[in-house]
Design a protein around this ligand. Structure first.
Ligand code: NAP
Length: 331
C-alpha cells in the first residue's frame, strides 16, 4: 500500500489507517477472534497505522491490540493513541482530564496495556476546557523528550487551538471527522493545518456505517451500539440520509466500485495530507475498504459525488447534543 506522511514532522504510514474502536463495543458486541484476525489482515495488506484510545472499552482495545500485535516488529506499525476521556461505571462519559499529571498517568497505563515502550502518536481525545492546551501539549512534549512518545497529535479541536498547540511543539496530525457528509473542517481547520504543515487523519469516513452502503432504514442499533444515539441514524433523519446514499450508489455503480470504496476514496482524494481511517471490525468489511486506496477519482467523479451529496446535505448532527458542545467544528 502507498504511504502518506502525517504533516511535515509526522511518520510516513499507509495511506489508509485502521481504526480499532469498533472492536471494543462502540458499535455493539464485537467478536474478539474476528477483531484480531482483522488486525492481522490489515497488517498483511500493508496497513501500518492503527488508531486506538485508552477509553475504548475502558482499556479493552489496547489489550486487544497488544494481543494482536504480539511478536510483530515494533517498527513495522505505528500506534496512534487518544487519552483523556473519563468513564463512569455502568457506562457513559464523565468529561475530560488533560492536566499534565493526568497525561503522564494515562500514558503509563497505555504503555503497560499495549506492552510497548513508546506510542507513535499521542493525542488528547478532546479539549479539556479547564486546562490550557499549552499545558497538555507541554506535558506530552516532556514525554517525547523522555522517549515514550514519538509525535504529538490533536483531536476534534478548532483552528485557534491548533495554532496554540503547534507553538508549543510541532503537531503531526489532527484527527477529526471528515467525510462526504461531514465537511465542517473545510472552512477554517483544513486551511490552518495546511498553513502549518499538519496532517489530517479523518475518521467517520463511512459515517460510522451510515454512508457505507450497508445501512438500511429498518436496521436498528443493537445493545451498546452508539449509533442508537446518533442523530443522523434517528428515525426521520436516516431516511433522508439514506436517500443521499442511493445517489452515491448510482455514482459508485457507474465507477464500478462499492459505495464504501467511493466514500473512502473521496476522503483520500482531498489531498496527500489527508489520511482516512477505516473502522473495520471484520475481515469482510476490511476487504471491501482496502481497494479504495487504489481507486482514482477523476474530476468528473468528484463532481458527480458533490452533486449527489452537496455540502450540508445530511440531516442531523454528527453527535448527540451533549457531545457537540465539546467539538472544535460543527457538522
Ligand atoms: N478522534 C475522535 O474523536 C474519533 C471518534 C471516532 C472514531 N475515531 C477513530 O476513527 C476510527 C474510524 O471511525 P468510525 O469507526 O467511527 O467510523 P467509520 O470508519 O466511518 O465507520 C466504521 C463502521 O462502518 C461500517 N462499515 C460498513 N462497511 C464498511 C467497510 N467496508 N469498511 C469499514 N467499515 C464499514 C462498520 O460497521 P458494521 O461492522 O456494523 O457494518 C464499521 O464499524 C475509529 O475506529 C477510531 O479509531 C476517532
Amino acid at each position: 500500500m502507498r504511504t502518506r506522511t502525517l504533516g511535515s514532522t509526522g511518520p510516513a504510514v499507509s495511506m489508509l489507517g485502521l481504526g480499532a474502536m469498533g472492536m471494543s463495543g462502540a458499535y455493539g458486541e464485537a467478536d474478539r477472534a474476528e477483531s484480531i484476525a482483522t488486525v492481522h489482515a490489515a497488517l498483511e495488506a500493508g496497513v501500518t497505522l492503527i488508531d486506538t484510545g485508552d477509553f475504548y472499552g475502558a482499556g479493552h482495545n489496547e489489550l486487544l491490540l497488544a494481543e494482536a500485535l504480539r511478536g510483530r516488529a515494533r517498527d513495522s506499525y505505528a500506534l496512534s493513541v487518544k487519552f483523556g476521556m473519563l468513564l463512569r461505571p455502568g457506562g457513559g462519559f464523565g468529561g475530560n482530564d488533560a492536566r499534565p499529571e493526568a497525561v503522564k498517568n494515562f500514558l503509563t497505563h497505555s504503555l503497560t496495556r499495549l506492552g510497548t515502550d513508546h506510542v507513535d502518536i499521542y493525542r488528547p481525545a478532546r479539549l479539556d476546557p479547564a486546562v490550557p492546551i499549552e499545558e497538555t501539549v507541554g506535558a506530552i512534549k516532556e514525554l517525547v523528550e523522555a522517549g515514550y512518545v514519538r509525535h504529538i497529535g490533536l483531536s476534534e479541536v478548532d483552528a485557534a487551538t491548533i495554532r496554540r498547540a503547534h507553538a508549543v511543539h510541532p503537531i503531526s496530525d489532527l484527527q477529526i471527522e471528515y467525510s462526504v457528509i461531514s465537511r465542517a473542517v473545510e472552512a477554517d481547520v483544513l486551511p490552518t493545518l495546511r498553513e502549518l504543515g499538519i496532517g489530517l487523519t479523518a475518521y467517520g469516513v463511512l459515517g460510522r456505517g451510515l454512508i457505507s452502503g450497508h445501512w438500511t432504514a429498518g436496521r436498528t442499533a443493537g445493545p451498546g451500539d452508539s449509533r442508537g444515539f446518533g442523530p443522523r441514524f434517528a428515525s426521520g433523519n436516516v431516511e433522508h440520509n439514506l436517500a443521499l446514499v442511493a445517489e452515491l450508489r448510482r455514482v459508485a455503480e457507474a465507477k464500478g466500485c462499492t459505495v464504501a470504496q467511493l466514500v473512502i476514496a473521496w476522503v483520500a482524494a482531498q489531498g496527500e495530507d489527508v489520511l482516512p481511517l477505516v473502522g473495520a471490525r471484520t475481515r469482510e468489511r476490511l476487504a471491501e475498504a482496502l481497494p479504495a486506496a487504489e481507486l482514482h477519482l477523476t474530476a468528473d467523479d468528484l463532481a458527480a459525488i458533490e452533486k449527489a451529496v452537496p455540502p450540508g446535505a445530511a440531516r442531523g448532527d454528527r453527535y448527540p447534543a451533549a457531545f457537540m458542545a465539546n467539538l472544535g467544528v460543527g457538522n
